[in-house]
Design a protein around this ligand. Structure first.
Ligand code: CP
Ligand code: NVA
Length: 303
């Protein structure tokens, strides 16, 4: 395995290995113990879009591991002036030991991966967000002590985070129900892939029905980066697709509420659900750091 571009690049065994390593790294960090297996290694971080969690957790993660991270805003490098993705990948491979990229088009990541001789990691594309989902699985494991045989419920847009979660649920053996307004269902290619991986997937437009007996309730923004022009329409179309006290009430008593953040209280999640006793959203955010350090070690320690 060279790259992490899609959640489907990972087997169940890879996921288990990453989660175990992440838990170990997290424990050691809390004790002030240093694991610096990426000494003298450099990571390039290409960003076409904004980021708080992904950028900071990767940069701190590289620093923790003894390496160095270089933030590359796509407007500041020649890619922004038309240098091809292919040439950029080939050149960066001569300097760096790994690349992460947050891009509009998933195809950019595929091209980077195909032309770079070093690992390429998806830091979010229009189709997927696998690093987020690894942190989510780590969080679920911490709270539930397992990652399989549960009911996972997605409420909201059938977007990039939803696609990676569907694939992940299929790989680890969790049932997933996606509740989204008509017209905002996940991409058919991801539905097919999820089923090919053995996933148990239901798509509905009834969030209350979906939430019944849920072990996990998860949502994300109604307007993703790149969808800003549709904001007004989306705010109308998504009304009612909110994680709130009503949905929590029909879920399992120990349901956990998840959100990849950034959150919009009163839109996709009520303030009470986000701040209440079921919410694990800030643990999720913290776990980005630990899960990604495990990915960096898995992919780059041998580089
Ligand atoms: N969840 C997430 O990827 O956050 P950022 O956009 O802040 O990186
Ligand atoms: N779906 C959101 C996730 C942000 C972390 C977006 O793509 O903007």
């Amino acid at each position: 395995m060279k790259d992490l571009i899609s959640m489907a690049d990972l087997s169940l065994e890879d996921i288990r290995e990453i989660l175990d390593l992440a838990a170990e790294i997290k424990e050691k960090r809390s004790q002030g113990k240093i694991i610096d297996h990426l000494r003298n290694k450099s990571l390039g971080m290409i960003f076409e879009k904004s980021s708080t969690r992904t950028r900071v957790s990767f940069e701190v993660g590289m620093n923790d591991l003894g390496g160095h991270a270089i933030y590359l805003n796509s407007n500041d490098i020649q890619i922004g002036r038309g240098e091809s993705v292919e040439d950029t990948a080939r050149v960066l491979s001569r300097y760096l030991h790994g690349i992460i990229a947050r891009v509009y088009s998933h195809d950019t990541l595929v091209k980077l991966g195909a032309n770079a001789s070093i690992p390429v990691i998806n830091a979010l594309s229009d189709e997927e967000h696998p690093c987020q989902v690894l942190a989510d699985l780590l969080t679920i494991k911490e709270y539930k002590n397992k990652i399989s045989d549960m009911k996972f419920v997605w409420v909201g847009d059938g977007n990039n985070v939803c696609n990676s979660l569907m694939l992940a649920c299929a790989i680890v053996g969790m049932e997933i129900v996606v509740a989204c307004p008509k017209g905002y269902e996940p991409d058919e290619r991801y539905v097919i892939k999820t089923k090919e991986l053995g996933g148990v997937l239901t798509i509905t437009d009834n969030p209350l029905e979906a939430a019944k007996n849920a072990d996990v309730l998860y949502t994300d923004v109604w307007v993703s980066m790149g969808d800003e022009a549709e904001e007004e329409k989306r705010l109308r179309d998504f009304a009612g697709f909110q994680i709130n006290e009503e949905l929590i009430a029909v879920s399992k008593p120990d349901v956990i509420v998840m959100h990849c953040l950034p959150a919009h209280r009163g839109l996709e999640i009520s303030a009470g659900a986000l701040e209440g006793p079921h919410s694990v959203v800030f643990d999720q955010a913290e776990n980005r750091l630990h899960a990604q350090k495990a990915v960096l070690l898995k992919l780059m320690a041998g580089e």
